[in-house]
Design a protein around this ligand. Structure first.
Ligand code: PXL
Length: 290
């Protein structure tokens, strides 16, 4: 059935404060005219970066009921999108969800949210890393940052890698299953003033690179905002480099809107100030084939 509004099942946690996961995904995709149907994996008072003593309600036991109800009412989705996992057991449920709800035309985006800057997040452990390696096999698109790629491939986090080695890592990830690998926070070997995203599409065997100025600040949840923007743009008909280029345009704008203000980075990027950028034309075609 062709729906007038594209529909995404978003299997993520809901962190009440800090602009990560569902509190970023819902506004971003809604702004692009896409319906988001959240299936919460956990409810937290805040995300877990730079907040301590947060409350964490694990919803693993409710996920199957949720899924059964959606099946009963014959819900169909244009995309299934998942990220931060509350427990390894959720991997099995999410794999079942993908089997139950995906058809040839359903895009499955798995963002293997596990860590950043060489470290795992507080609630992550080696069991989740192993589970994530299994889960990405059922993805069409994965969006690991450089740290997550290292964990998925069991490699050392090394900021001095050259472009050829990073392309080999990406091919190894694509060989695990996904058709599209979008690696974020890719270091630029000697040039510390820029940071890149490299996107690879198996069907075309092409690597696209989008580089932007490195801003020395890190806001939690930025990866969720970026992946939501890219998935939204793909659902709206963009090709891969356009979607990633537009995602980058949005994130760079939101970081620049945020960086000039004096507030704790743990509150996340000020997405509310940059939503309009999501629907702007893709301005400077800032990608290249590598
Ligand atoms: O995607 C980031 C994220 C999502 N959800 C929770 C998190 C984080 C990162 O810290 O803690 C709960």
């Amino acid at each position: 059935m062709t729906r007038s509004v594209k529909r995404v099942a978003a299997i993520h946690d809901l962190s009440g404060f800090g602009r990560a996961s569902l509190t970023a995904i819902i506004p971003i995709m809604s702004y692009m005219g896409i319906q988001v149907c959240p299936m919460p994996t956990a409810v937290l008072s805040t995300h877990t970066t730079d907040f301590h003593e947060y409350s964490f309600v694990d919803l693993t036991d409710s996920m199957q009921d949720f899924m059964n109800h959606w099946k009963k009412i014959n819900l169909e989705f244009d995309a299934i999108y998942t990220g931060f996992l509350g427990s390894p057991r959720q991997v099995k449920i999410i794999s079942d969800f993908v089997k139950e709800f995906s058809s040839d035309s359903t895009l499955v985006l798995i963002d293997p949210v596990m860590g950043d800057e060489g470290e795992l997040y507080q609630t992550m452990n080696s069991e989740i890393v192993r589970s994530m390696r299994e889960l990405i096999k059922s993805a069409d698109i994965i969006t690991p940052n450089f740290t997550e790629a290292a964990y998925l491939l069991d490699k050392d986090y090394n900021l001095e890698l050259n472009e050829e080695t990073i392309k080999e890592w990406i091919l190894e990830l694509a060989n695990m299953g996904p058709d599209i690998v979008i690696m974020t926070s890719v270091p630029e070997n000697k040039d510390k003033s820029t940071i890149s995203v490299i996107a690879y599409e198996k069907k075309l065997n092409k690597f696209w690179k989008i580089t932007s100025e490195y801003i020395p600040v890190s806001y939690p949840g930025t990866g969720d905002s970026f992946a939501s923007a890219i998935l939204g743009r793909i659902l709206k008909g963009d090709n891969l480099p356009q979607a990633v280029g537009r995602g980058m345009q949005f994130i760079t704008s939101a970081i620049k809107e945020s960086y000039g203000f004096d507030y704790p980075t743990r509150e996340g990027i000020l997405i509310e100030k940059s939503l309009e950028v999501l629907n702007l034309p893709f301005m400077n075609g800032n990608y290249k084939l590598i």
